[in-house]
Design a protein. Structure first.
Length: 477
């Protein structure tokens, strides 16, 4: 150990090991996938029982029940590193399904086997849906284990104090990631006392020793110039004998994968960073999707929304709708619509109230201006539904940054103004990451991440997560 640091007593590894639970999760994934293909094949056999059911078709179904988990395994869909993290697990299931469907369809055509058509058209697509549903349920259980500390990876964070503080704050708020920072390694030239809220156990040269001392199974290297390619390669060599996972957060951590690509130039693997797609046909597609979806939702919810409006008018004096000036794309102001959740003179009372949180945003956890019915509407984000009209008018998108007030925009710096290059959204990364519980800085960071990494796929992911965020009603006040 470096003499520049005084090591605190190392924390013992938890009694509950992670590997047995990960193996259990993988076994259950195999069983779930096998059950999904079995159910799908049985449905196909039952569907054709009175017409084309033959012994050959039963044999094909049996073979598919074996090939299905094998194909997912070949696509590395059971690897622990993909369990419960991002979309990679689901992408590999899709990859296996597409490959198997293509193979079966090709063989059926080549051998003129008509009874295989039902498996291609019905059974295998159904098995894909059932498998993804089963994986989603297993993921929820896995996140539950991680949130309760039953499946936690002990992490040694390597980097500068600000980056380590941001990482520990994020992981403590989102415990379902199952990562617990137990120690930090800082540059030997940086004063460490009081800089981070985990034990500072060493410097960059002592990472392997700190890993052993603290019983860690993961090392997270945050962006720092000292860890170039050579230093990272040497660290990986030192960690591989102990099967220690190594994660690296590059300086481009806010730039998503689709915008980056490796381009070998003069023998050097250079990383090319493309510009975000803020115009062009993809933005036209986003606008068309926004309007079509908003119109469809308004048609479906027209009667319930009318009932909510009548309820607001009946329970409290004042209009059913609350309108407010917000700032949209390129700084253009517009009138935002919401169901009124506060007393009629809420704006006048605002100046006499003290906010619970410092910063640009005015948010109170227990705002006395909110009416009884308003609390229910806010809890489940029902008050936001009239913003679908703003989406239909092209002033907002379904997904985007939070629509700011003019007085907020007046205090923006150059970086924060970047939020205004896209339309604000009815939901966004801020909505699915904590809503009003987020700090101003975290809200800005998420909004800028969305602006830089926007895609239709990301929009669909956020819309899907919004449903669960609204049901949980966490951070809504």
């Amino acid at each position: 150990m470096s003499t520049a640091f005084s090591l605190p007593p190392p924390q013992p590894r938890p009694a509950t090991a992670t590997q047995p639970r990960l193996r259990r999760h993988a076994r259950h994934a195999v069983l779930t996938d096998s059950a999904a293909i079995a159910v799908a094949c049985l449905i196909e056999l039952a569907r054709t029982m009175s017409t084309t059911l033959t012994p050959q078709k039963v044999v094909v179904g049996t073979v598919l029940c074996v090939l299905w988990p094998a194909a997912i395994g070949a696509a590395r869909g059971y690897e622990p590193r993909f369990a419960g993290v991002g979309t990679e697990e689901f992408r590999r299931v899709f990859q296996a399904a597409a490959t198997l469907i293509a193979v079966v369809a090709t063989l059926a055509y080549a051998t003129q086997t008509p009874y295989a058509r039902g498996y291609v058209v019905v059974a295998l697509p159904l098995a894909t849906l059932l498998t993804l549903s089963g994986r989603h349920l297993l993921r929820k259980r896995l996140h539950g284990w991680q949130a309760r500390g039953l499946l936690t990876h002990r992490v040694v964070a390597v980097g500068y104090p600000a980056s380590i503080r941001a990482l520990t704050t994020l992981l403590r708020r989102e415990r379902h990631h199952g990562l617990d920072v137990v120690a930090a390694c800082l540059p030997s030239t940086v004063p460490h006392r009081g800089q981070v809220d985990v034990p500072v156990a060493g410097d960059f040269s002592t990472v392997p020793e700190v890993v052993r001392e603290y019983g860690a199974d993961t090392v997270a290297v945050l962006a720092c110039p000292e860890f170039d390619g050579t230093a990272l390669r040497r660290l990986a060599w030192q960690l591989e004998s102990g099967d220690i996972a190594l994660y690296v957060a590059p300086a481009l951590m806010e730039v998503a994968g689709p915008r980056t690509s490796i381009r070998p130039i003069a023998g050097l693997p250079l990383l090319h960073v493309g510009h975000p797609e803020l115009s062009g046909y993809r933005q036209l597609a986003k606008g068309a999707f926004d309007r079509l979806a908003a119109g469809a939702i308004l048609l479906v919810l027209a009667v319930p929304m009318l009932a909510v409006a009548l309820l607001v008018r009946w329970t409290t004096p004042g209009p059913a709708l609350f309108t407010q000036t917000r700032v949209g794309k390129d700084g253009q102001e517009f009138r935002l619509y919401k169901f009124r959740t506060m007393v009629a003179d809420a704006e006048r009372l605002k100046m006499s109230l003290a906010a619970d949180r410092a910063g640009v945003l005015f948010k109170m956890r227990s705002d006395p201006r909110i009416t009884r019915i308003g609390r229910v509407l806010r809890r489940y984000s029902i008050d936001e539904l009239p913003q679908l009209v703003n989406v239909l008018r092209g002033e907002m998108s379904l997904v985007g940054p939070r629509p700011p007030l003019p007085e907020e925009v007046a205090s923006y710096g150059a970086d924060v103004r970047r939020r205004l290059v896209v339309r604000p959204g009815l939901t966004g990364l801020w909505q699915v990451s904590g809503r009003s519980d987020l700090s101003w800085e975290e809200s800005v960071r998420l909004d800028l991440r969305y602006v830089e990494n926007w895609s239709l796929t990301l929009d669909l992911q956020i819309l899907w997560k919004t449903v669960f965020a609204v049901v949980r009603s966490s951070g809504a006040y």
